[in-house]
Structure formats: C-alpha cells, structure tokens
Ligand binder design. Structure first.
Ligand code: ADP
Length: 831
C-alpha cells in the first residue's frame, strides 16, 4: 500500500495571451514574464482509498503550495502553452529516501514522453513529507481535445546510487485535467475511477429524468448524453457540483453546457419603403438599416423587404440577383395576378428582398420614391406582395413583421384578415409610426385589389379603416351615418376612403412611435392629425422608442467623407473640418489655423474680451464680418457657423428657419443650409433666398440632397438649427451631437427628448447639450440663437473645451433602443 502515501499533484496553469504574443526570438527560448492565473478549486479528486492518505491527488485551493509565484517561464513556441506542475510524495513508497527524483511523463497513452527532474520541497519543514515538485510545458496544440489533458506518469529515483521506480504498483498514474482556454485548470478527474463511473451513470439517469419532465429539450438531452458517454470531464464535473440541487437548477446548469443549442433569436422582417443608403428620403431610411443592423448583431435574424425602385443606388447592393417569382393577386378582377420578381441582395451586411412587379402600372419604375398620384396603390401592392412572398417562402414564417409608416400599413389588416389563415399563423406585426402627417388614403374599391372585398363590410367600419374628414370630436357622432353603414354593400364601401395608417394602428399587435414625447403628443388633437382617437383606443399597445444613431456610419473619428477626423478627447480635427467646409462653400474662415494655438488663443482671448461688445454690434449693423481680421474677434475657431440640414417642408418650420438664418447673420454668425424641397413653390422661394445671400460672406444655401456634403456640414459647423413645428424624433440633432455641433432646437417630440438647454438647472450638467425654445413665433428662435451665439462668443474656452466634448460623449447609439424593440417584439408574440 505504499502508493497511498504518495501524492502527485497535477496542476495546469494557462498562460495568458499576453505571453503568447510576446516576441519570440528565432533561436531558442526567450524568458519572459507570464501572468499565471491561479484557479481555486474546492473539489478534490481522490484516487486512493478513503481510509488512507491519497496516493495521487490533484487539487488546487487558495493558499495551496501550488500558488507559489512562478511568474517566469520559458516560452519557446508560438502557440499557447500550458505549464504543468507535478507534486509527488515519496514517503512510504519505493522512492522513500531517494536523493533525486524524475517524473517520466507521457500524454494520451504515453505519447511524447519526457523526463522531468523534480526538486525536493519540504511542505511543512517538520514532518519530512518528502514532496517533490517539477514543472514542464505542454503546447495546447498537443492536447486533443484542447480542453482535456491526460497525463501518464511513473517516477524514477536514485537510492544509494541505484535507479528505482515507483509505478503505482504496476498500474501507473493517469491524471486527467480539464482546461478552459484562457482560464486554466478547471477540474481534475480520473475518468476510469469508480467515483467517476458512478457520477457518469448518475448524470445519464438524471438526464433521462430532466428530459422526461421537460426541463431539458430532447436535443439538449441527447447532446449531454453524448458528452457523458464520452466521459467529457468538464460536463461530468459540472454535474458533480450541482447534482445535489433540485431538478430545475441541475437542468439550468446542464443546459449551460450546451448553450449553443439554445433556440436562435427572433426572425424579424422589416417591410419598409426606404432603407439607407440605397433608398433614402429621410430619417426612416436610417432607422430601418441601423435598427436592423443593431438587432442582427444581437442575435436576431433581420431581413428587409423593399420595393425594387429603378432609382435605388444599385452600386451599394451586393450580390443582387433574381431569386424567385410570384404571382401576386391584384384586382380589380379577382382572378388577376401580377407577375412579380423577387430579387435578393446584400446591403450594408443585411439581407434584403426587392419586390419587382411586372405590370402596366410600372409601380416602381417612376424615377422617384414618392410623390406619384397613385402612391397609395403602389405601396398597397408592395405590402401585399411582401406578405405573399413571406407566406410562400420555404422556411418557417417570421416571428415578427415590422412595418414602417403608411407605406407598409396594409400589412396589418392583410395579415390578420387573410394571411394568418394561409401560412403566417404565428407571425405578429409591429407598426412603427415615423410621422403621423403621412397616413396614406386609398379608395375603398382597392379592397378588391387587396383581396379584402369579402371582409369589406367589416374593414370599412368607422373604427377600423374608414377615413374621417372630420375632427376627432365630431367623429363619433357623424361616423355612424357615414358611408359604411349603407346596406347596399359593394358600392357603398367602394366609394369610401380608407385610411391605411388607421388600419395599421387597429390591426397591429404593437405600435411604436419614434420618441416618448411624440408618443404622448399623438394622443392629442394637434399632433394626432385625426387619428388621436384611434390611438387612444389602442393606447395599451403604443410605446415611444427613441431612434438611435448608426454609430458606424456617423463617426467623426472614421467618417470617410471628412477631410479631418476628431474625437471628444481631441477636437482639433473639427476646426480643420470647419476651415475646409468654409473653403468649399466660399465662406471666409476667420479662425486662426496657424500652429501654436495656445498662444494665439490666449492672445485672442485677452484682446477680444475688451472688444466683444463692439464687434457684436458692429457686425450686426454691417450684417457682415468686414470689421473682423483673421481670428479677430472670434478666436481660433472663427465666427460661429450655424447649419441647417433638412427637408424643406412646413413641418420643419420653414419661416423659423428663414428668421433664424437672418437673425444669426445679424448677430455675426455664418450660415449654411443644405435642404431638399419636394414642393416646387418652396423650392423657388429658397432659390431666391440662395441668390440673395450667394455673393456675401455670411451664408450659403444648397438646395439638393447630398449625403457626403451633409457629413461635412455636421462636422464643420458649430451649431445646428432644428426649429421643427413637430418632430417625431429627428436624427439631425443626434448626428450634430455626435459631431460636436451644438443643436438649437424647438422643444417638440424627439427634439424635446434629446436636447436639454445649457441653462436648464434641473437636469445634471452632463445632460445639458444645446439651446432650446418652445414658442412657434419668430422671436423665440431669434432669442435662442442670440443666446447660442453670445455663449459661443463670450465663452469660447467653455464652448470648445467643455461643451463640445460633453455633447460628443453622450450616447445616442442604438444600444438601449434596440433592446426596447426586442421587448416589444416579445410582447407582440405573447399576444
Ligand atoms: P425627416 O425624416 O423628417 O426628414 P430626420 O431628422 O429624422 O427628418 O432625418 C433626416 C435625415 O435626412 C438625416 O439623416 C439628414 O442628415 C438627412 N437629410 C435631410 N435633408 C438632407 C439633404 N438635403 N441632403 C442630405 N441629407 C439630408
């Protein structure tokens, strides 16, 4: 029984990656510092009989002799290497009293044998335990599988000049150790010991029980069974540490061993009329792509369905190909179908399907996205075709169809009234309203096209899809006498007007708007635009989720559109962007760009402080910067550059823009406008204004959609004016913040949720990020701009060293909002 008095401790320390990456000299080994991680492990595998001292023991526990620092090892291989430490107790064995001891060691059936010389260490110094210790390295690549090391050992010693062996009474020592990559020793087990066999059997039986009681899925059960069968030590060991717990806990711990078997995230299909960067009109496009991207990287399967417009930027669509063909039923003749080709392509890493109808109407071959007299019919067709495609797809139906705005609004009623019965029974719909101002109206006769004619009397109800031309207050009293109640059926509803967004609200499983404030505002008469009553009735499924910003696309540190880059910690590049932008626009840049800005700034400050008032008023009187020399008056960043980047429509506060533009120039600022005006009348007015300012050094107005220029403006400007009359969310103020451009906004919708006035004493200072006003009259915007320009002038240091970095550090990414959408999807599924 001599071996019972011997101890071997196998101990594996994982080397950290740092050490692996240490330079390796071509010749020989390089001593280098290795951070070793000691793992404390309570469980001890005992191989000897219980009544005696263990012969071979693998254990690591805090304070253990093994925890002695051993920071310097030799690294001679370009791959992760484990340090194995062996302890051997010779007292009472054949090698008792030996003067030298070697371990003869091999792996996985005595392969790669080597002799490791051990040195004597006296563990307690008194009892003369005769403990021998040695270490050696095993390249992780030699472990097969890499998390399982099996070591065979016998010991050789010199006794009175003679070689003696201790081979564990003829059976050798076999030690198995589990290793976690990057972590080190996890567990030590001997797979052939009786204890392990019993443990494995217990695990197998427990698995049967857990599957039978449905605490594990059959797939989990069979994978775990396989692992137990193969004596996967880490699984067996994991079981050992929880086996005494209740079934639920055991199931949880074991399920964690095969986490990769968990069901995948939801499959969400976005049905939308825009998607950045290939089909962008406004913020909707940005939201669709960036939300889908955020979800995709958190484990959802997100897909997008778009119309195949002729004006898509096809250069950005990769692997575009015709994928399948559909016959989409599309009236008025109930037997008429439209041959529709579905294309697939990859946009910004997202899977996208394009709907291309081949019919005389040429719905998406119009050279533009919207603004056609038959817009409602175009997008009703699109919605139906999208559902038809999804219902006929070979694989499982999506969990959620996420519909955006009225263009995808027909999906809601169609899904509930028809498609749930034909293939999409478990699919739920979520509607996001990006703008209540656009609702989509279509003649009732189109119910034929949509395949809803048989449900017409139901669908064309005042509280379902029938459109009201009345204000909400009158709605209930007048509605009953309206079109739909005519018992003649057909002709009554075919003359009615349907409101697509209203139908979507009624039929959606969940509804969102793009900011919490807007979600409240739309319940009121002013912002509800006739649908506030319907929204109130369906308020239980309504939520406001702030749009996030695509931090990949909008990143001043990497943005390829910019001439210089910058971060919150180093904003120097922002000034370079401003100088370049002014040059591009033909606006004088009055800042000092010469090196040694510290001196220039200090000088500028002293000189300017005395003259601020003068400059300010003289500039105001002259309407120009003529009195200002380079850097004069305004410091190294020059005069403040105020930007407007916007669709030029009533919603955006056109008269407030022009008043703000004039007020800013009056106060000595420069102004740049990048605007797209869909209305020709607005376009003409702004063209006149553009001509008026074109020759001076104060303002430039560019009337077009120009993505790259918008980036340069967001980066180069000092302030952004967003004076919207209403604003569901607004992206431009978020982009501005990310680019260190301070927003001046009207407090409405998402603007109110994202911009806090620098003078707002009730919010923490780090949240204050702009200038706000609430009234819709001209003086309100003028006052706010005056405050901003004065703050810029009188607090140059504060503005550039504190305010700009502060606003850049705020987080407007999708992180939180994407998660909120996931909760909303889950709620929709529970419906
Ligand atoms: P909306 O969707 O109502 O137009 P948002 O602020 O939500 O307003 O989104 C506007 C988006 O369109 C932003 O990304 C903005 O940069 C961009 N944009 C607006 N006008 C132009 C333009 N003329 N040129 C380039 N981009 C523009």
């Amino acid at each position: 029984m001599h071996h019972h008095n011997s101890i071997i401790r196998g101990h594996i320390l994982a080397q950290t990656h740092k050490a692996v990456l240490a330079p390796i000299r071509p010749h020989g080994a390089v001593p280098c510092q290795v951070r070793t991680k000691m793992v404390s492990l309570a469980a001890t595998q005992v191989m000897g009989g219980p009544e005696t001292r263990p012969a071979v023991q693998l254990s690591v526990s805090p304070g253990d002799v093994l925890a002695n620092p051993d920071a310097v090892v030799q690294v001679g291989v370009g791959q992760p290497t484990y340090t194995v430490r062996v302890l051997y107790r010779s007292r009472g064995g054949p090698l008792e009293g030996a003067s030298c001891v070697w371990a003869h060691i091999g792996h996985s059936g005595w392969r790669d044998t080597q002799d490791v010389m051990l040195s004597n260490i006296d563990t307690d110094g008194i009892s003369h335990e005769q403990v021998w210790q040695g270490t050696y390295l095993v390249p992780a690549g030699r472990l097969a599988p890499p998390w399982h090391l099996e070591t065979q050992m016998v010991f050789k010693g010199l006794l009175g000049g003679h070689e003696r062996w201790d081979n564990n009474g003829g059976s050798n020592w076999t030690v198995a150790v589990e290793v976690t990559p990057g972590e080190g020793l996890v567990a030590a087990l001997n797979s052939s010991s009786a204890g392990t066999r019993a443990l494995t059997s217990s695990l197998l039986l427990r698995l049967e029980a857990l599957v039978a009681s449905r605490l594990l899925t059959p797939e989990q059960g069979s994978v775990l069974r396989m692992l137990a069968w193969q004596h996967d030590m880490s699984t067996v060991k994991a079981y050992q540490s929880v086996r005494h717990l209740d079934d639920k806990s055991v199931a949880g711990a074991l399920a964690g061993r095969c986490a990769w078997l968990r069901p995948p995230g939801l499959n969400v299909v976005h049905v939308a009329s825009e998607m950045a960067p290939i089909a962008k009109v406004g913020g909707l496009a940005d939201v669709v792509s960036s939300l889908a991207k955020a979800h995709q990287s958190s484990g959802l399967l997100t897909e997008v369905i778009l119309p195949k417009y002729d004006c898509i930027q096809y250069g950005e669509v990769h692997e575009l190909r015709q994928m399948s063909e559909l016959e989409v039923p599309w009236g008025p003749d109930p037997n008429r179908t439209v041959r529709t080709v579905v294309w697939s392509g990859c946009v910004d890493g997202l899977p996208v399907y394009f709907i291309e109808p081949h019919c005389p109407e040429k719905y998406f071959w119009r050279g533009k996205f919207y603004g056609e007299p038959d817009d409602a019919a175009r997008f009703c067709f699109f919605s139906r075709a999208a559902l038809e495609f999804l219902a006929r797809r070979q694989h499982e139906a999506p969990d959620v169809i996420h519909c955006h705005d009225w263009q995808a609004a027909a999906v809601g009623p169609l899904l509930r009234e028809t498609y749930r019965a034909s293939g999409l029974s478990r699919t739920r719909s979520v509607l996001t309203i990006h703008n209540m101002a656009f609702q989509g109206h279509i003649r009732g006769s189109f119910l034929q096209h949509m395949g809803l004619a048989s449900r017409a009397s139901h669908v064309v109800q005042p509280d379902i899809m029938l459109h009201h031309h009345h204000h909400q207050g009158q709605q209930h009293s007048q509605a009953a006498g309206h079109v739909s109640i005519n018992p003649n059926g057909m002709c009554s509803w075919s003359n009615a007007t349907l409101n697509l967004l209203k139908g979507a609200i009624v039929y959606a499983d969940r509804i969102t708007t793009v900011s919490p404030t807007y979600a409240r505002e739309v319940l009121g008469e002013q912002m509800g635009m006739g649908l506030n009553g319907v929204l109130q009735r369906h308020q239980y499924k309504l939520a406001g989720v702030l749009n996030g910003l695509d931090y990949e696309t909008w990143n001043p540190a990497t943005d390829p559109c910019l001439p210089a880059h910058f971060t919150a910690d180093d904003t120097a590049g922002k000034r370079a962007c401003k100088a370049a932008l002014c040059r591009e626009l033909g606006l004088p840049f009055d800042g000092d760009m010469s090196p040694g800005p510290a001196a220039a700034t200090a000088n500028g400050h002293k000189e300017n402080n005395g003259h601020n008032g003068t400059h300010y008023s003289s500039s105001s009187r002259n309407g120009g910067p003529s009195g200002l020399g380079p850097g004069g008056g305004w410091g190294p960043n020059g005069r403040p550059l105020l930007a407007i980047v916007s669709r030029l429509t009533e919603q955006k506060g056109l008269y407030l823009m022009t008043a703000g533009l004039r007020a800013a120039v009056e106060a000595g600022a420069q102004v740049v406008v990048l605007g797209s005006a869909p209305d020709p009348k607005v376009q003409r007015e702004w063209e006149d204004l553009a001509r008026e300012v074109a020759s001076g050094g104060d303002a430039r107005i560019m009337l077009r959609h120009d993505e790259a220029l918008s980036h340069r403006i967001f980066a180069g400007a000092d302030m952004l004016l967003v004076p919207s009359l209403f604003e569901p969310c607004g992206l431009t103020q978020l982009i501005a913040l990310r680019y260190g451009t301070v927003p001046v906004v009207r407090e409405t919708g998402g603007l109110a949720d994202t911009v806090r006035d620098v003078a707002h004493s009730l919010v923490p200072e780090h949240e204050r990020n702009g200038f706000t006003f609430s009234a819709t009259d001209v003086s309100a915007v003028q006052t706010a701009l005056h405050r901003a320009i004065t703050a810029y002038r009188d607090g140059r240091e504060w503005w550039s060293a504190e305010l700009v970095p502060r606003v850049m550090r705020q987080d407007w990414s999708w992180t939180q909002s994407a998660e909120r959408y996931q909760h909303i999807y889950s709620a929709a599924i529970r419906n």
